[in-house]
Design a protein around this ligand. Structure first.
Ligand SMILES: [Zn+2]
Ligand SMILES: [Zn+2]
Ligand SMILES: [Zn+2]
Length: 413
């Protein structure tokens, strides 16, 4: 069995055949001049079985202590650390507004209540419309729901060491000047009250270092064959022979996938046992720098005042009259709204937001009160005394007790 020599550790023998397993002749692609053609380090004693689903493992972290410390950024690592924002100067806030105007909200008529119910019935294929057409209204009670929302738009900043392949880009070294403080760097959000994120290289913090992953060679051991350049042939399971059936007999022949060697050239490294370093992208050097991440978050909280049997959360999804809206760097709680519960909610949420985001600089706040019309329509139909709700400018209907919920067709199911 000359084709199946025992395989020991070390670099695989060269070979040119399809199944031989060795690397192809010629220079190693991507390798720096003078680099060994094949993997020379430790590897398993035998070819490894291929797992086609195997993914390249993540890179290792750079060793600590490799980087010089930068003034103002002494204690940062490779994980993002939050930076407390500069404190807010209360004198910028101004006095609370005195006269805020609140707009009233329209009510609806019987006709509108019936129309709303009819279109609600039409949306439900098995509801009968007779009840909606024939019902007699006994009362229409118009009330208003209040929806208070407070948004606090904050900016958080974190810093961490970062690195990327060094491809000859400009390096802004510490010798160029002192690094600006993390809150002194300009960054504008794309839009107010919308979440967003940007990453910025802190000026004067960059440098170039040899790649720690490949020890500055640009190439690392192949994860698939673990450096051997060859894999166990999966067609013959390493035996070099395959069986087939002919003329009523099981016969054996040389495996055509590996030419009988029982092994195949690794398709990830092309037989070299090494692949391009995934950290430096084969460049052997890395650019290190301090990365500032700016994160904008809109914190939104609300409170609904709704005093009928209508489920409160339904108020959130419909439009109403914006009775009051204010956008300023720091809002003052609403105190003069005609409904005390709204004033209370405003006070509680404004107080809560003032202390909830210690790691963020608050850029802007917005609060508003929406008034949503809610009409409870009482009616009589046949022997039924019931009611339903029409709410929001869309005139949505909430009618859990609608008397004709099932037509004859679906009641037999
Ligand atoms: Zn390989
Ligand atoms: Zn084979
Ligand atoms: Zn590398």
């Amino acid at each position: 069995m000359s084709e199946k020599q025992p395989i020991l550790g070390g670099a695989p023998a060269g070979g040119t055949g399809y199944g031989g397993g060795g690397p192809p002749a010629g220079a190693v692609p991507g390798a720096p001049p003078g680099a060994p053609a094949t993997y020379q380090g430790q590897m398993p004693a035998a070819d490894v079985k291929d797992d086609p689903n195997m993914k390249a493992p993540g890179p290792s972290a750079p060793p600590p202590g490799q980087l010089e410390s930068v003034g103002g950024y002494e204690n940062i690592g490779f994980n993002a650390s939050a930076l407390p924002p500069p404190s807010y100067d209360e004198s910028e806030r101004g006095a609370p507004p005195e006269n805020r105007e609140f707009k009233a909200v329209p009510t609806i008529t019987e006709e509108e209540a019936r129309e709303a119910l009819l279109s609600f019935v039409a949306e439900h294929c098995c509801y009968g419309k007779k009840a909606a057409q024939e019902m007699n209204y006994t009362d229409l009670k118009s009330t208003s729901a209040f929806h208070y929302t407070l948004e606090t738009f904050g900016e958080g900043r974190t810093t961490a060491w970062a690195y990327e392949p060094f491809i000859g880009q400009t390096i802004d070294v510490p010798q160029n000047g002192p690094a600006p403080g993390p809150w002194d760097i300009q960054a504008q959000p794309g839009a107010l009250f919308q979440n967003g994120k940007i990453e910025i290289e802190v000026p004067h913090t960059a440098g170039v270092k040899p790649c720690h992953e490949c020890l500055a060679t640009g190439r690392i051991r192949c994860f698939r064959c673990q450096g051997r350049g060859r894999l166990h042939c999966h067609s013959c399971n390493g035996s070099g022979r395959e069986s087939y059936y002919e003329d009523g007999e099981h016969r054996h022949r040389t495996c055509c996938h590996c030419d009988g060697s029982g092994r195949r050239r690794c398709y990830t490294c092309d037989g070299y046992g090494m692949i391009t370093c995934t950290v430096c992208d084969g460049r052997a050097s890395l650019k290190f720098y301090i990365k500032l991440t700016v994160l904008w978050t809109n914190h939104l909280e609300d409170h609904i005042v709704e005093r009928t049997a209508l489920p409160d959360e339904l108020i959130r999804g419909v439009s109403g009259q914006i009775s009051f809206e204010e956008t300023v760097p720091r809002v003052w709680p609403i105190v003069h709204f005609p409904d005390q519960e709204v004033n209370m909610a405003s006070k509680n949420l404004v107080t809560k937001h003032a202390s909830s985001y210690a790691n963020e600089r608050i850029l802007m706040q917005r609060h508003k009160v929406r008034i949503i019309p809610v009409t409870q329509a009482y009616y009589k139909w046949k022997d039924n005394d019931a009611n339903y709700f029409v709410y929001g400018f869309e005139k949505k209907v909430f009618a859990p007790d609608y008397p004709q919920k099932c037509c004859w067709g679906c009641s037999i199911q």
